[in-house]
Unconditional design. Structure first.
Length: 444
């Protein structure tokens, strides 16, 4: 059946006018690089494609790992009508028109595969428009996204699609892609390109698992390389350096990678690993994260994971946050580095977190007992007459500045929330608390 996609072969002249990444795009599974966990011999996705029996699916992975290329390969192999659809340029009107075509195809006994690039850009209403057609089998939906489908795809639609996770390409994968582009007739095979393997590896590292980015860098370095008398091109380290001045880190301040990285920073500090903590800190800041966000998280960490094992941790964290506010990036990187290393090396205790969560549980689930009369204020004569403040013992008037007065409601009497650890300064607090409880028990 005639393909309805834009994935058509171009003439040689038109092909060579395209960017390198488009010219050398794989056209078969055998040419495809990476994703062996899905497309290796005998793997499920490869079997589905080779048997032309694909079902609705979401291809989820970072940029440049082959999501669109995979869709194009499916388009070449399938007997179904294949429609290429962009979430960037299409709306409800275009969706309805495509669905009408799919229904018409179904009446004639033909399947329709609809490929939606960047499906996460569709809003809820647009995604809902696909749902009835997926349910009744008018279309087989293939969506491509760089965002976590759990957050960006409607639950009803997602439940009817299989999610395939595509991984970032390895350094060796990228080097293979680059060498193929140099030798392929669709790439630079018609002119000899002289570039050392160590420079190809530098491009691979710079591209961060993104084949499209790597091919763009290669194309730029070749076009800016030193032309020799025999028509060949020499790519030097200096040329490559000029073309790769600033590496773009994969990061989305509102997406999953944002939460992945702050989680990595928090857990590295908790695990007393200063090197990992500084690494994840630099990944966030160099990708453009707001330093105040990081400073707020470090301040939270100081109480949640260090607490009274080192009371100075909160002071240092707050001072760091003030420094970030006053001087901003890039100068405040050293303040944040100091803070995260301090937190990583500080003794750890989550007693504050545990104490509050257990108290919160009682506050939410137990009967709201009135405040005991003895610890209520009595600012008026009437309140005094009603017994407010009666029996209150002012601790400073007693030896040791302590009394055995009850402060918890009767139903919670004896309940313990704070359990100090043996770490750092909290070991001293534990000893002090034990002495206080012993004294109160003896003087009740």
């Amino acid at each position: 059946m005639e393909q309805l996609s834009l994935f058509e072969n171009n003439s040689k002249n038109n092909l060579m006018a395209q960017p390198l990444a488009a010219r050398v795009r794989p056209t078969s599974l055998d040419e495809y690089v990476g994703q062996s966990h899905l497309l290796g011999k005998g793997k499920i996705l490869r079997n589905l494609i080779e048997s032309d029996s694909v079902s609705s699916m979401i291809l989820w992975g970072p940029p440049g790992v082959g999501k669109t290329t995979l869709a194009r390969i499916i388009a070449e192999r399938t007997k179904a009508a294949f429609i290429d659809f962009s979430a960037v340029t299409s709306g409800i009107k275009e969706i309805k028109k495509v669905m009408e075509e799919a229904d018409e195809n179904l009446r004639y006994g033909s399947r329709t595969i609809l490929f939606v690039d960047e499906i996460h850009r569709f809003n809820k209403a647009q995604q809902d428009a696909f749902l009835p057609f997926v349910e009744k089998g008018s279309i087989i939906l293939i969506g491509a996204t760089t965002e976590n489908p759990s957050f960006e795809i409607n639950a009803a639609l997602l439940s009817r699609c299989r999610v395939f996770v595509l991984k970032a390409l390895t350094k060796d994968d990228i080097v293979y892609v680059l060498k193929n582009a140099i030798n392929s007739g669709k790439g630079f095979g018609s002119q000899r390109v002289d570039i050392d393997d160590d420079l190809l590896e530098r491009i691979a590292v710079f591209s961060n698992g993104d084949a499209r980015n790597a091919l763009s860098v290669l194309e730029m370095t070749v076009l800016n390389g030193d032309m020799r008398g025999d028509g060949s091109v020499k790519v030097t380290a200096e040329t490559l350096s000029r073309c790769t001045e600033k590496r773009s880190l994969l990061y989305d301040k509102k997406g999953e990678e944002h939460y992945n990285l702050i989680s990595a920073l928090h857990k590295s500090m908790r695990n007393s690993d200063p090197d990992a903590a500084v690494y994840w800190l630099s990944r966030m800041l160099e990708a453009g994260e707001d330093p105040m966000y990081v400073a707020r998280r470090v301040t939270r960490f100081a109480a949640e994971d260090v607490g009274l094992s080192d009371p100075y941790a909160v002071t240092l964290a707050v001072s760091c946050m003030q420094a970030c506010h006053l001087i901003g990036m890039p100068e405040c990187t050293v303040h944040l580095t100091e803070a995260v290393i301090y937190m990583a090396l500080a003794p750890k205790s989550n007693s504050m977190e545990v104490a509050y969560n257990e108290a919160k549980e009682d506050a939410l689930n137990e009967i709201d007992e009135p405040v005991p009369m003895n610890i209520r204020n009595a600012p008026t004569g009437l309140m005094k007459d009603l017994g407010y403040g009666e029996g209150y013992k002012y601790a400073h008037n007693y030896e040791g500045h302590i009394t055995s007065m009850q402060c918890l409601p009767d139903s919670l009497l004896g309940r313990t929330y704070y359990e100090p650890s043996e770490e750092g300064k909290e070991k001293d607090f534990k000893k002090r608390l034990s002495e206080i409880k012993k004294w109160k028990k003896e003087h009740q």
